[in-house]
Structures are given as structure tokens and as C-alpha cells.
Design a protein around this ligand. Structure first.
Ligand SMILES: C[S@@+](CC[C@H](N)C(=O)[O-])C[C@H]1O[C@@H](n2cnc3c(N)ncnc32)[C@H](O)[C@@H]1O
Length: 318
């Protein structure tokens, strides 16, 4: 039986695949745990409970507004805990560079419910607010900057690649035409332009018409894929032998990056097959704990629709 977790508030972000993350990260007393995407600390509370009062906890998040959640967590977590604000790609690299070692690292990617549900953050197409979407509110470029400055082709490519938006080109064209009259400032202005650029019969049936463009912009503004690409090797270099890394991703582009990284690190010899013996000497650095991504149960998705697209992959330092 896993020990009871710390108390949480009903308004918090609901941790996704929480039981599976806890089971597969298998934190033991005395270990060092790094939660690289602290959010409301839902996963952190569970992992901290498994330390049973022995070990260390490092929490990372690029969003300074999670600090009160960390303070509540720190009061209840019975081990020394630190909060480091910043992009996990940078922070994990710095920790590794300073010789900090970890036994368990979690990356639960994307945005939290608190970020989406606070209209003033500008992540939601459902509420009128400044067109912002920065997880780190001190970052230099907001969604309005991207929409007002990127050229038409860049916008169309981003909408297609990161949002799988079928009307990427007409939407990008409509944005460029509209910003020639007046720059975009608010989410509702963008929603109106997206809606008008999608042919009327196609505006309904595949979710909100602005859903895919908003996802794409969020990924661009926060450089989400670049951060993930840089964070994975940094996480690996922090792990002690036997240390575990778990990544929860929410769309196929993220999951592909994780899957490829884990597979490449789990591979041994990379010599061409025609060589009779290995000359590369490459040893695997990771062992896969999950061969296929773990998906949420229908029950979890019914209770928390945001969990629907989650995929969990876990690997162990060889
Ligand atoms: C899905 S939420 C995590 C929720 C958390 N696991 C919980 O149970 O409450 C993702 C969090 O990671 C943060 N985040 C996303 N990308 C980040 C990055 N590159 N560096 C640091 N924090 C990041 C977001 O600001 C957000 O608070």
C-alpha cells in the first residue's frame, strides 16, 4: 500500500496519471526527487509522501505564480524542499552542471488548469483577455507579439505543425490582413479572425474553431518543444544509476521527442550490421520501463477530460 498523500484543495490542478506516475517512479525513502513542472504540486505531494520524511525535494517551474502552492507543499512535505523558478531545460542543466544528482525526475508537460482557467493569462479562447500565453510572465515575447510580428508563412507553418490546423494558410493570411489595420491585443480579436477565415460549414464539429491555433501559439510562445529537447539530456545527466525519469506529454509532437530520446539512449551498439564485431563500444544509458506509452483509464478521462490526451513514458538510468 502507498502511504496517504498530503491534503489538496478542490480548486487545484488535478494531477494526471497520478497513480501510474507514482507507481512507476517508485520513490523510496532517502532519495532525491526533482519535479521539473511543479504546477499546483499535485504529483509532488504524492512523490513526497513516498519519501516518508527522508530525502530531498527540488521543485522547478517557470511560472512564478506557483510559489504559494510550493509554500503550502513545503509546510506539509517533511523533507528539505527547494523551489527553483525557470525553464526546466536551463535549471536541470544548471543542477547537472553543479553535480546535483537525482533518483527520480518528473516532467508533466504543458500548462496547468490554473494557467488555463485564469482568463488574464490569455491561454483560453473561451474568455476575452490580453493575448499573452506566457507561462513565464517575464519572458520577452507574448502571443500578441508572435501574431503581430511573425510573417505569414511562419504563422501558417506553426498552425499546421503544432496545431494540425487544416486552414492554417487562410487563417495566417487573415491575421496578416487584419494586423495591417490594427495590431492584435486581445484573445477575442484573434478568435474572431480565425472564425472568419474558416469556411462556415467547417467551423463546427472539430471542437472550438480557435482551439488548434491557440495550441500552436502556446507552443511557439513558450518554445515548448525546444525546451523539452534540451531538458531530456540534462535530466539524464542528473540521474544516478537506477534513477528514474518520467514524462507525461499531451500531444504527439512531445511524445515523439520523448519516445525517440528514450529509444536512442536505450540502444547499445550502433555499428553497421555488416561489421563482424562492435567497434563503437556504445552502452545503453537508459532502460525502458514503459515499452508503450501509458494512457489514462476511461474512468480518469471521464472525471478529468484534460487527461484525455496524456501519455506517460518512464525509463531507468542504466
Ligand atoms: C501540467 S502542469 C503540472 C502540474 C503538476 N504536475 C501538478 O500536479 O500540479 C505543467 C507546469 O509546468 C510548468 N512548465 C511547463 N513547461 C515548463 C518549462 N519548460 N520549464 C519549467 N516549467 C514548465 C508550467 O508552468 C506548469 O505550471
Amino acid at each position: 500500500m502507498l502511504p496517504n498523500a498530503l491534503q489538496r484543495s478542490r480548486a487545484d490542478h488535478v494531477p494526471v496519471l497520478a497513480g501510474e506516475v507514482r507507481e512507476l517512479l517508485a520513490v523510496r525513502p532517502g532519495e532525491t526527487v526533482v519535479d521539473a513542472t511543479f504546477g499546483a504540486g499535485g504529483h509532488a505531494a504524492l512523490l513526497c509522501a513516498d519519501l516518508q520524511g527522508e530525502g530531498r525535494f527540488v521543485a522547478v517551474d517557470r511560472d512564478a505564480t506557483v510559489r504559494p502552492y510550493f509554500e503550502r507543499f513545503q509546510r506539509d512535505c517533511r523533507v528539505p524542499a527547494r523551489f527553483l523558478r525557470g525553464d526546466f531545460a536551463v535549471v536541470l542543466g544548471q543542477l547537472a552542471g553543479n553535480g546535483v544528482e537525482a533518483d527520480a525526475i518528473l516532467l508533466d508537460l504543458g500548462v496547468s488548469s490554473m494557467q488555463i482557467d485564469r482568463p488574464e493569462r490569455g491561454f483560453s479562447y473561451a474568455a476575452d483577455a490580453p493575448l499573452d500565453m506566457r507561462m513565464d510572465t517575464t519572458a520577452p515575447r507574448s502571443a500578441a507579439d508572435v501574431v503581430n510580428e511573425a510573417d505569414e508563412r511562419e504563422l501558417a507553418d506553426a498552425f499546421r505543425r503544432y496545431g494540425e490546423e487544416r486552414f492554417a494558410r487562410p487563417i495566417a493570411r487573415a491575421i496578416v490582413r487584419r494586423r495591417g489595420e490594427r495590431p492584435f491585443e486581445r484573445t477575442s480579436e484573434l478568435v474572431d479572425v480565425i472564425r472568419s477565415a474558416i469556411p462556415a460549414p467547417r467551423r463546427f464539429g472539430d471542437g472550438h474553431p480557435a482551439k488548434r491555433v491557440f495550441q500552436a501559439l502556446r507552443i511557439v510562445v513558450n518554445e515548448e518543444l525546444e525546451s523539452l529537447e534540451r531538458a531530456l539530456p540534462a535530466a539524464l545527466s542528473m540521474l544516478r544509476p537506477g534513477g528514474r525519469v518520467a514524462v507525461v506529454s499531451f500531444h504527439s509532437l512531445e511524445d515523439r521527442i520523448v519516445k525517440r530520446f528514450f529509444a536512442a539512449q536505450a540502444r547499445g551498439c550502433v555499428c553497421p550490421p555488416e561489421l563482424p564485431i562492435c567497434v563503437c563500444g556504445k552502452e545503453p544509458t537508459l532502460r525502458l520501463v514503459t515499452r508503450k506509452a501509458v494512457r489514462p483509464s476511461p474512468g480518469e478521462t471521464a472525471e478529468n477530460p484534460r487527461a484525455g490526451s496524456a501519455r506517460l513514458r518512464v525509463a531507468v538510468r542504466a
